[in-house]
Ligand binder design. Structure first.
Ligand SMILES: [Zn+2]
Length: 522
């Protein structure tokens, strides 16, 4: 067995990694991100080495437009892509958002399968081709880098798909993407479909063939690899496999499959695999969607050996039961514990080994937070350090002037006592005290108190609290989802503290600020 863990190898065909965490991924229910979070994720994707960042669908909403425009303006080092239907207004709006990007790409799409033609679009095959060509030509008038997607391509008649692909390449598409929009295809079919396109479309060498697989039957990664085996040159994927319904092809899985089995697949990417775990954690944090412990590559248990036979084998020779090393995807070598006597250099070193790169200013902030935490708890674990880094490293996350700020609280509660809370908040630098009494326990009374400062009813949809590390002195991390009445929109808030009530309170205040900022933008 050939076990290798170095980064990209020049002898292999290089596959373009097109990340859609910020577009398809953001369409996962509950995964919406605000602008500072999107900027932070986009910058992490550049660090990770992705080639193309699909930043959003600019016509979809003013918020989408703004985030594509800001990512185009600020984030350099990868192509930035915006999605558009084959409609002039969509394409014009996409260009408006993308024009300041270093390497802008417009991604136009139009459904081609019979079911979409007949029931959704009510258009003939010839009308579809004319509309697709017109869309590509309009995009091409703005920039040279144009991608076309025949939506539901994997359920489109192969003869018609060949005609669409040929016509859109003729019109100027430099990438043609073959989406398995509904996650229906199997790997042998996918391989055959890509081979047919390569054999039958005369101008296919003028464009990169891309693949966009959904995971409804758990085959998104396998289908993407099948397409690559047949000759596809770009994979569309997302961090943690986020995306519509069951999600997209998982970036970390498909990238590590290609790297670990380079001997067989003969392909590789530009991805810096040591940054996979940190990027996965960041996306999990900003979307509130947790990574399962047994998730391949980035799950907490992905490299944990429980059985005695396996442990014994790995201790004697790692490759007996491991095909990759934990460090190659960014897990730290061992959970080194820091404490209050650990200095700035030790913290900086640990942060680096966890896959993060901080500026001097960010490290200063992180070190202050580390010292206060080390005063409260004896042992500071990697998980605590990750919390600290997450809170001190988003340079885009300046709070809005209209945000509420949590200051302090006092609470009395018990089985036989009526709960009572007093909360100190600040708004535009003015302190405000809110109090409430009664209700069903501490969380309920906290909601009653906070309700007094907001002009919309607070409806709690989900509330989770968990320990960041082991030990009864561990920090608690609270996540709250608020639901807006009369709409299905949910707003997330997250807070961390050694005191779990305070963690919940911080999470609630953050969620309230999100609702208010969404209302202010609307
Ligand atoms: Zn999709």
């Amino acid at each position: 067995m050939n076990v290798t863990n170095q980064n990209a190898d020049d002898s292999c065909r290089r596959i373009v990694i097109f990340d859609t965490t910020l577009r398809d991924g953001e369409q996962s229910p509950g995964a919406s991100m605000n602008l500072p979070e999107k900027l932070q994720v986009a910058e992490a994707l550049v660090e990770l080495g992705v080639d193309v960042i699909e930043a959003g669908f600019p016509i979809a909403s003013p918020g989408d437009f703004e985030s594509v425009r800001e990512i185009s303006r600020i984030v350099k080092g990868a192509s930035v892509c915006g999605l558009a239907r084959c409609v002039n207004a969509d394409i014009d709006r996409a260009w408006e958002a993308l024009k300041e990007a270093e390497d802008p790409r417009i991604h136009v799409f139009l459904a081609t399968s019979a079911v979409h033609r007949e029931f959704k679009l009510r258009m003939t095959q010839d009308e579809i081709i004319a509309k697709a060509v017109a869309g590509v030509q309009r995009a091409k008038g703005y920039c040279s880098n144009v991608e076309f997607s025949p939506e539901d391509a994997c359920r489109t008649e192969i003869d018609f798909l060949c005609r669409v692909v040929e016509a859109t390449i003729d019109a100027g598409a430099t990438t043609v993407n073959i989406p398995d929009t509904v996650g229906y295809t199997t790997p042998p079919e996918m391989e055959a479909r890509i081979r047919s396109l390569i054999e039958r479309v005369p101008n296919i060498d003028k464009a990169v063939i891309s693949i966009h697989c959904h995971n409804d039957l758990g085959m998104a990664v396998a289908n993407s690899l099948a397409a690559v085996t047949a000759g596809a040159g770009q994979i569309e994927c997302s961090i943690n496999g986020l995306g519509e319904r069951a999600g997209n092809c998982s970036l970390e899985e498909v990238v590590m499959a290609m790297r670990t089995r380079r001997d067989f697949l003969k392909v590789d990417t530009r991805i810096v695999s040591q940054k996979l775990v940190a990027t996965s954690r960041l996306v999990s944090k900003v979307t509130g969607l947790k990574v399962p412990r047994n998730k391949a590559i980035v799950g907490q248990n992905a490299f944990a050996h429980e059985s005695g036979v396996h442990q014994d084998g790995v201790l004697k020779e790692r490759t007996t039961y491991e095909i990759m090393s934990a460090e190659s995807v960014g897990f730290a070598k061992n959970d080194l514990v820091l404490g209050k006597h650990s200095g700035r250099a030790a913290l900086a070193d640990r942060i680096k080994s966890l896959g993060y790169e901080l500026t001097k200013e960010q490290l200063d902030v992180a070190f202050e937070a580390f010292k206060s935490l080390a005063d409260l708890k004896k042992e500071v674990y990697d998980a605590d350090i990750i919390e600290i880094v997450d809170q001190s490293s988003n340079k885009h996350a300046a709070s809005r002037p209209a945000d509420w700020e949590y200051i302090s609280y006092s609470l009395t509660s018990g089985v036989d006592d009526e709960p009572a809370v007093k909360i100190v908040l600040a708004h535009e630098n003015v302190e405000r005290i809110v109090e409430a009494k009664g209700g069903h326990g501490p969380i309920d009374v906290m909601f009653k108190a906070i309700q007094q400062v907001v002009n919309f009813p607070l409806t709690l949809k989900e509330f989770k609290i968990e320990a960041v590390s082991g030990g009864s002195d561990a920090q608690g991390s609270a996540t709250i989802f608020l639901e807006e009445p009369n709409s299905s929109r949910t707003y997330r808030g997250r807070g961390t503290s050694i005191d779990v009530f305070e963690a919940a309170l911080k999470a609630l205040v953050e969620a309230v600020n999100r609702v208010q900022s969404a209302h202010a933008d609307a």
